[in-house]
Design a protein around this ligand. Sequence first.
Ligand SMILES: [Zn+2]
Length: 664
Amino acid sequence: MLLILAFGVIAVADAAAADRTVPFWPEAVTDAIHAEVDGLAALRTVRDLGRHHRVHGSPGFAAAAELVRERATTAGLIDAVIERLPADGRTRYAHFRSYLGWDPKEATLDEASPRARRIARFPDLPVALADYSQDADVTAELVDVGRGTAPADYGAKDVRGRLVLASGPLPLVHRRAVEERGAAGFLSDYPNQRTAWSGDDRDLVRWGHLSPYQTKNTFAFMVSPRQSQELRARLAAGEKVVLRARVRARMAPATYDVVTATIPGTDRAGEEVVLTAHLCHQSAGANDNASGSAAILEVARALQSAVARGTLPRPRRTIRFLWVPEIAGSQAWLVRHPETARATVAGIHMDMVGGLLATTRGTFHVSRSAESRPHVVDEIARAWLETVVRASERYAERGGDGYAGLAWPSGSRESFLADLRGVEMGSDHEVFEEASFGVPMVYFHDWPDATIHTNKDLPENLDATKLGRVAYLGAGIAWTLAALPDAEAPRLLAVARAGLGERSARAALRADLAGDTRDAALIRREAAAVAGETLRSLAALWPSAVATVREEEARPRAVSSVPAPAAGSDPRVPVRNPEVRGPLGVYYYDHLSEVLGPDADAETALGRREGGEVLTWEALNLVDGRRSVQEIRDVLTGRYAVVPVAEVAEYLDLLARARVVSWK
Ligand SMILES: [Zn+2]
């Protein structure tokens, strides 16, 4: 309830739209999409993908990519192909240096003495073996080193030739224990993402990984909190525990496999709308992210089927579908296809979209595009989301027609618990929306998920109804961007105005509560700019709206001018290094530590703030060779949160040291 109300998933233009489910579409179109979407089909795809252990550059990923390519082809997307982009530790995609792939065959962890028993076997338990582990056959004593990341964790303990048990981040434990102290390998109970349910399930085994850049990796086995606590207790009691670890796995040059397919457009086919999902992660990785992969496949199948059947016309713009190894695949693909990035008007990214609240504890979020890149896709998404929420509520509260309630047989019957919120980091949209590629995206994501990145992210936690609703939502938004006739633009404009009015009202409240009059003026100025940019993006797609949007822009506004900044303003103008395209963090690649060294201090006050990941990403997005540090600060303050100019300067100085920007 709180989530829905807080961000205003509230009826828009109810009166104007009384005759329509979605104000800017005739019922025939919403009906045609609804009739094709099948939540059960999406759930079947989740189960099939979940059988593959889908680590970047691994045979499991390749098999999943082949499965998706084949199903897209079967669905009638005849241009479906797999692009294989080198992942070899040398090939760069702009600044991003690719990393090696991994070919795991088999691994066992046994206790040799005093209690001979099997502890874990890969692939029976796919997460048992940390990614990028390599060949070994070691029988050795186990030593508890706590976190295992600082010299003090080791003290006088001799770990040479032994196995250690550690709870710190795996690549750092490998460095401290194996590379610096000669340990043979280790066991890890590195904790999972923190949620309110953390620690409740002591049998969760986390998916872990060593560094894919470290070619001399030995191995790590992942154990549950229950297993590690038992081992720690025995070691603390003075017991000598000897384990045998056998690993058959190799790191090797491989490829980032990107599956792509399109529904070609007609008269504006040169413009594209994109739907993306990352196909990777551990087996089963049902919600993260077989769910998003299955949902965009269902969008592809449903829209293609409607076009083939003639219940929908061919879209004007091309709709492209991309299944990628998370972030790294998006970066590699976009660097290789700058023309497609330029031709893409907007998109939808789906990452974790099928969880049942009862098991995953997650609610569904639609994040708007970046504040640096406002787009009408945000308001289109809002309109479609409202219809799904309303239909689901009506059905949950009153029963009756499950079809009208967007429920699928064997799926759940609950209300669609969802909200619309600002941009958040965490997946491929970070690459698409980055200033170098500039594709505005809405981001669909369940959060939190108590099972994320563990052995318990399983298909049985997922819901055919939710997957169906999400696929319907994605199909509706994509279809609007690709196919809404120009004649419907006035209705879309009305919907967009209503949504922007609500956003402006919220910005005005923030301004009224801001302590500083200049910051208050900035908040008002930026809200007007966001509204203007959103309406202009609408006019760019639907020419009939151009005149109205221009008129509106020309109308005098009661926005007060912004006073000059007080003393302490920073007039320096940062300029981007053209070789750095895309985000600085590309999955396992961290550009700042690549340039400044692994032990360099890249912490900044801006990054440590609440929402610091977004603020730092946006600070770089706002570097355009014209804005000064002060002006970047002003935009961040107006669109996100009041930040001191010194914090923005500190961050941009760090980027200058790493040669990501230079000073004009
Ligand atoms: Zn994910």
